[in-house]
Structures are given as C-alpha cells and as structure tokens.
Design a protein. Structure first.
Length: 33
C-alpha cells in the first residue's frame, strides 16, 4: 500500500504538490502584507 502511494505521488502527483506549494507560498505572502 505504501509503495503504491509513493509510486503514485512520484508518478504524476509531484506537479500537483508543486502547484499547491506555490499557491500556499503566494497565499502566505499576501497574508503577510
């Protein structure tokens, strides 16, 4: 189960995580302002 999840994330889940990180970073910057 764990290997399947890791394979799924490394397969095509990284772009989604990357976008989420960028969006969260932008949100943090706007909140700081």
């Amino acid at each position: 189960m764990t290997l399947h999840l890791t394979g799924f994330i490394t397969g095509w889940g990284w772009p989604i995580l990357y976008i989420l990180l960028i969006l969260s970073g932008m949100g943090n910057e706007t909140l700081k302002r």
